[in-house]
Design a protein around this ligand. Structure first.
Ligand code: SAM
Length: 268
């Protein structure tokens, strides 16, 4: 029989440990979630999936790239590559450029050699955007990838005061060649650290709605961070979205979808 109300470790030993999820809370969550290994980040990865990272052609072309705390984590990138293979998007919009941009644009191209695929990425910082552009040129996807650099600005959306990209939807529509996006990757604006604006990603999904295809999927990185959990809770109250849940990879990847396309909204 498990003793779930065990006393905490003596102070002297608990001080040397980082903050941990209490075991009894994890065990309770496991019982409530009722799905095998749902908390295990390895699922459903096999050795072949993980080898796809070691063998990733983009990482081979960019041997000097160093992952930083700002980079999307390798397991999240592997998860998104897997999603590209199963969901088969052709028009992708990313917020927050970096290593994800060459890796995922390259994967999009590899999976669709005969299709006119588009990858649009939006960044708030010219220097980081330039670094990303350099990587796109090195891996050969600069032609299919459009980079948009915009500042963030204060705004009110769904009654909340926030700040987010100053997106010009016509500019994004032009970058998409008039098509709607079928998949969004949200890894910006910066929402943590000294330069981040807490809650900055709340406005992203509402702002992108006019360019979303019917039932377009969106993926939010850093989803296990407090700010993003608060954003997810607020999103879950919007009637035009559905939040499926959070994949236990990297810093957590939230998966959701738009429930309606803009052209079906007016008729409804
Ligand atoms: C979470 S990062 C995006 C990371 C990107 N998706 C990747 O996989 O590398 C969000 C934004 O942080 C900024 N950024 C990237 N690296 C940074 C760094 N080392 N320090 C500060 N800001 C950074 C960029 O403007 C970027 O758009």
């Amino acid at each position: 029989m498990l003793n779930l109300s065990a006393p905490p470790l003596p102070d002297d030993r608990s001080k040397i440990l980082p903050p941990l999820m209490p075991l009894h809370e994890v065990l309770r969550m496991r019982v409530r979630l009722k799905q095998n290994d749902i908390l295990f980040p390895g699922q459903p990865f096999t050795e072949t999936d993980l080898a796809c990272l070691a063998d990733d052609p983009v990482l081979k072309l960019l041997p000097e790239y160093q992952f930083s705390p700002y980079s999307m984590e390798p397991t999240s990138l592997a998860f998104l590559k897997h999603v590209f293979e199963t969901y088969k998007p052709t028009t992708v919009v990313e917020l927050g450029s970096g290593i994800s941009t060459p890796m995922l644009s390259h994967h999009l191209r590899m999976l669709n050699p005969d299709v006119d695929v588009r990858y649009v990425t939006i960044d708030q910082n010219q220097d980081f955007a330039d670094q990303t552009r350099g990587m796109l040129e090195q891996v050969g996807t600069a032609d299919m990838t459009e980079m948009i650099v915009v500042d963030t600005k204060p705004m009110e959306i769904h009654g909340k005061e926030t700040a987010c990209y100053d997106i010009d939807s016509q500019q994004v529509a032009d970058a998409l060649h008039g098509r709607k996006a079928d998949l969004f990757i949200i890894d910006g604006p910066v929402g943590g650290g000294p330069t981040g604006y807490r809650g900055a990603r709340f406005a992203t999904v509402p702002l992108l709605r006019p360019i979303a295809a019917h039932e377009a999927l969106f993926f939010l990185d850093d989803a296990l961070r407090d700010t993003e959990l608060e954003i997810a809770a607020a999103w879950s109250e919007l009637d035009y979205l559905h939040i499926f849940g959070i994949k236990a990879v990297g810093k957590g990847t939230l998966v959701g979808c738009y429930l309606d396309a803009e052209d079906t909204r007016d008729a409804a």
